[in-house]
Ligand binder design. Structure first.
Ligand SMILES: *[C@@H]1O[C@H](CO)[C@@H](O)[C@H](O)[C@H]1NC(C)=O
Ligand SMILES: *[C@@H]1O[C@H](CO)[C@@H](O)[C@H](O)[C@H]1NC(C)=O
Ligand SMILES: *[C@@H]1O[C@H](CO)[C@@H](O)[C@H](O)[C@H]1NC(C)=O
Length: 397
């Protein structure tokens, strides 16, 4: 990467030229790819050509394929790093300007709690979509990302509104959640490219609750530089699976579904509309969205208190996702804590220990027991594996 510092007065500003992704030679989707009707949870370990995944190297390509499918059918395309950007850090504000062609846009994020860091011993940080709704851990900085400013989520009429669309055009097919993933990437670019904030950009967590929890799982999945992803009470469209929610609705549960979600807001691309009442045609479900995070750390902070969030769907979907971490040999890098003793997004004391364990191990580098896969509902919240999973979990060589 080539840096050219231009604004010497600030000493903190830079222009960076895009850094190409390291190439992996994967086949990509076949030209004759067609959707199949599959009523169970899709197999992470068989690719679209029907080939079994047996090695970590093959998983890297399967992962790329899943990423491509999610962008094509549900999220819209994630643009690469802009050709040029510059960033400054001053008075607790990280200010980021990005350029594409003749257009540019600026946004700023607030950093607090970074005083504890020194240039010799930088500290971890948690980036929150829309503000923290978990308690801020000691010794960790907090970065508030006003994601609504990047892509508005004010109902269907807010499609294409926000700074992302100022840069890429209001008809750009990116959903709000993938636009937020782009915003998170720019924040990390800016942390890497500025000094004075005393934050270690290799020790970043990401969190957000409810609708911003949906954004958190997407942004965690599409940002390899996030060490720990903590979606909170994200429900359907987040850590719940479309298929399980639909099945639960048939059974009489008042749960959010794909049919409802595409009429409510712009969290997904208009391409998802064609799957209303047809979620079984999707070549993935959200266990595979979560699986893009593996082997990095994920803690799903879920609530069992609201049928709308889909307690069985969240628990079952994430239990299924967990099999990818098992296959990669790192089962303790992914946990589920589903507890229902509190109001929506009011983080309770009963989940504090689970959160602390993940923060300690994945941000602070301390030992802790992160083998946490629990719900406070009986019988795994109703989730019966054999009803949903008809594939085996390999140990990837
Ligand atoms: C961020 O930088 C842009 C471009 O220099 C500037 O217009 C804007 O006022 C800055 N915002 C903040 C909050 O400092
Ligand atoms: C989906 O199913 C619901 C309920 O069965 C029905 O009211 C609605 O018209 C269907 N929508 C589409 C797009 O098929
Ligand atoms: C998929 O298959 C199921 C079970 O055979 C059937 O009930 C459903 O209508 C099919 N869905 C689509 C979209 O073809």
């Amino acid at each position: 990467m080539i840096f050219i510092s231009i604004f010497f007065a600030l000493g903190l500003t830079l222009i960076a030229f895009a850094r190409p992704e390291p190439p992996i030679n994967c086949p990509g989707l076949p030209d004759d790819f067609t959707l199949q009707n599959y009523t169970k949870l899709t197999d992470p370990f068989t690719d679209v050509r029907g080939k079994k995944i047996t090695t970590k190297q093959q998983w890297a390509c399967r992962r790329q394929e899943i990423s491509q499918l999610l962008q094509q059918y549900e999220l819209g395309p994630l643009p690469p790093k802009p050709a040029r950007f510059f960033a400054t850090f001053q008075d607790g504000v990280l200010n980021i300007t990005t350029f594409e062609g003749s257009k540019y846009t600026s946004f700023a994020v607030q950093v607090v709690g970074n005083e504890a860091g020194t240039s010799r011993q930088p500290i971890p940080a948690i980036i929150s979509l829309g503000g923290l709704s978990i308690p801020k851990p000691d010794g960790i900085a907090s970065i508030t990302f006003n994601n609504d400013e990047i892509a508005n989520q004010g109902g269907l009429q807010s499609r294409g509104v926000g700074k992302f669309y100022d840069l890429y055009g209001s008809d750009h097919p990116a959903s709000a959640t993938i636009a937020w993933a782009w915003g998170v990437a720019r924040i990390i670019d800016a942390l890497e490219g500025t000094t004075g904030h005393n934050i270690d950009p290799t020790k970043l967590a990401l969190t957000g609750c409810s609708r911003n929890g949906k954004g958190t799982i997407v942004a965690g999945a599409f940002n390899d530089r996030i060490a720990l992803t903590i979606p909170q009470e994200s429900g359907t469209g987040g850590t719940g699976c479309w298929r399980i929610a639909d099945q639960n609705e048939v059974e009489g549960v008042n749960v959010q579904t794909l049919r409802e979600i595409v009429t409510e807001n712009v969290w997904f691309s208009p391409t998802l509309d064609e799957f209303v009442n047809k979620t079984t045609l999707l070549p993935f479900d959200h266990h595979l969205l979560a699986a893009l995070i593996a082997p990095r750390a994920l803690l799903d902070v879920a609530s069992s208190a609201f049928s709308w969030l889909g307690p069985e769907s969240q628990f079952g979907c994430m239990k299924t996702a967990h099999k990818v971490w098992e296959a990669l040999g790192v089962p303790d890098n992914m946990g589920i804590s589903e507890i229902g003793d509190h109001n929506h997004c009011a983080f309770p004391d009963t989940q504090q220990g689970d959160l602390d364990a993940y923060i300690q191990k994945f941000l602070l580098g301390q030992d802790s027991d992160t083998n946490i896969l629990k719900t406070d509902l009986e019988d795994n919240a109703g989730f019966v594996e054999k009803d949903w999973i008809e594939w085996a979990t390999p140990t990837l060589a």
